[in-house]
Design a binder for this molecule. Structure first.
Ligand SMILES: [Zn+2]
Ligand SMILES: [Zn+2]
Length: 156
């Protein structure tokens, strides 16, 4: 999940979702698209500000819009704890997330979506429009194992 999102990719994605590719939208989408973990609002603000002057309210509004148009996933509900990551284009489901309870890091899991028995939910007369799969535990780094990305530590 290291694919870098270019300006062109961001514009294409906005167009496919029926959104006009304004400069600010492109910046916000790229900030999320180029971060490998689910991104917090402060992180997004920092990334966006580096290149352009854009205010907080505008960023929040763009994030809401992108979530509404299924470009981004929103994790967490409180304003402080919410995080954003890219949503796959053609999948109605959302990828699962892992939260490390020790270091508070979040990871997007590149795993096929876990099965959900929609039939059973329908029998309960629940009309589901949002599914968030959230796994908790201890990440490899906190377990003292090599992290997924770094390797080649062998010296001697
Ligand atoms: Zn951890
Ligand atoms: Zn994610």
């Amino acid at each position: 999940m290291n694919s870098r999102m270019t300006v062109k990719m961001a514009k294409d994605r906005l167009a496919k979702s029926g959104l006009e590719a304004t400069d600010h939208r492109v910046r916000v989408l790229m900030a999320v698209g180029n971060t490998t973990h689910p991104t917090t609002v402060p992180e997004i603000l920092e990334l966006v500000r580096v290149s352009r002057d854009i205010n907080r309210v505008t960023v929040y509004r763009i994030l809401d819009l992108l979530v509404e148009h299924a470009v981004l996933n929103r994790l967490g509900l409180g304003e402080k704890s919410q995080r954003f990551c890219l949503r796959e284009m053609d999948s109605p489901g959302e990828h699962p997330h892992f939260h490390c309870t020790r270091c508070d890091r979040y990871l997007c899991l590149d795993a096929p979506s876990l099965p959900i028995d929609r039939g059973a939910l329908a029998r309960l007369a629940l009309d589901i429009d949002h599914v968030e799969i959230h796994l908790e535990g201890i990440c490899p780094a906190c377990q003292g194992k090599e992290s997924l990305s770094d390797s080649g530590k062998e010296s001697d």
